[in-house]
Design a protein around this ligand. Sequence first.
Ligand code: CS2
Length: 498
Amino acid sequence: MRLSNTVLASLGAPRASQAPILPHYARHLLSPGIVHLGLGAFHRAHAAMYTDHAIAAGDLRWGIVGVSLRQADTRDALAPQDNLYTVVVRDAEGERLHVVGALIASLVAPENPQAVLAVMADPRCHVVSLTVTEKGYCHDPATRALNLAHPDIAHDLAQPDTPRSAIGFIVRALALRLQAGLPPFTVLSCDNLPSNGLTTRGLVLAFATAVDPALAHWIDVYGAFPNAMVDRIVPKTTDADRASVALCLGAEDAWPVMTEPFSQWVIEDRFAGPRPRWEDAGAAIVAEVEPYEKAKLRMLNGTHSSLAYLGALMAYATVDAAIADARLAEFIAAMMAEEIEPTLSRPGLAAYRATLLARYRNPALKHQLQQIATDGSQKLPQRLLGTIRDRLLAGAPCERLCFAVAAWCRYLAGKDEAGLAYAIADPLAGVLQVAVTSSPDPMDQVAALLAVREVFGDDLPADPRFVATLTRHLRNIGQHGVAAAMAAVATSQQERMQ
Ligand code: CS2
């Protein structure tokens, strides 16, 4: 039996400790109020659940039309089950199943870009949200400027009527709305980018200016691009997860998502039109997101990436396995307390740190380090390099942060310390791997890596403290291994403080 509208009423197998939470509203009455670009697991376990709550409270304007910008796999799995899917919330205590009904259609953009533009230009659509990952913004991560040489951007500028990129779709749909005399939709980025709303706005305006300056002016005046901090850990779903959902739900779900109990969404109060009452489901609508977003990117994502490279090199598979190694746990906690927190202004940082470490220990998630390790070139600028810049500017130590960057460099060699090879998934993989394998000398490797200016900018490669620290750590990792080199960092920090 496959999950679908018709089987909803009979769900809940005897094995489930608690009955699944089901959508009890009239799904067929939902209107397409939100178009979401990037229909991955994160959106389905995060924003879609807040929206599901708003719909369940009685506001049927907020059905979600999900759009995959590349592959058909999500649509192929969801269409036969009426776009219903299960979110499994798990930790050491057990798990709770929610069947989400907010998704009313799934589209595959390359198959029919006009269908995507039609729903975005529909008068009932008020919000276009995005989770397209860092690289989906087609920008230069160090400067956040639109990369005009990106193949998708070059294509969309040449043929704006049949876009491929998220930015191209947004600009074309806004042009259609202007022509039709409709107000713009709100563009809500839910990706882990600094000032994600402002960044998206800059990219949309740069693209629109190249296509039609009058359109750019209209977007500039009437458009809204709220900043948002998003937080929920959502590992990749496995076949074992699917099998366990089938048992607990009493129906097959080909595309469930696994997540943790924690969820946070802080959204800037800046909308061009109506929006769901996400705050009733726990979202915070605030005047200023920046302190939260900066703390999240640096504390959570910064240490997540650090743990991914250090842990993967030490041949750990998952976050909970890596954090169970006391050497890694101490290193990460000290990195937060001594090097990251002094750069932040959000209140309650010590408690935030404790919560993060507890979340990493969740034994039920099995969050793969290699999943977090992907796309380092797109992630490191906002996760680690900005913090390093602030520390260097203050003349303060950043040994552990630089050690994590050295671990990334060593990771790019493609083999862990147990000799196991893995693939590097990164849009810049080619150039990065050439950089770290071109010479056996860490000094040459660092010089070649720092030449990738879209990651490091012009300032860090010119800072002798950064270059020397990175080189020293990379040499130590190569000579003594990650664990011993990491212990040496801790000792030298202690000596410095005595
Ligand atoms: C992770 C994030 O994969 C990654 O790079 O650091 O997806 C992380 O799990 C989320 O940002 C948590 O909110």
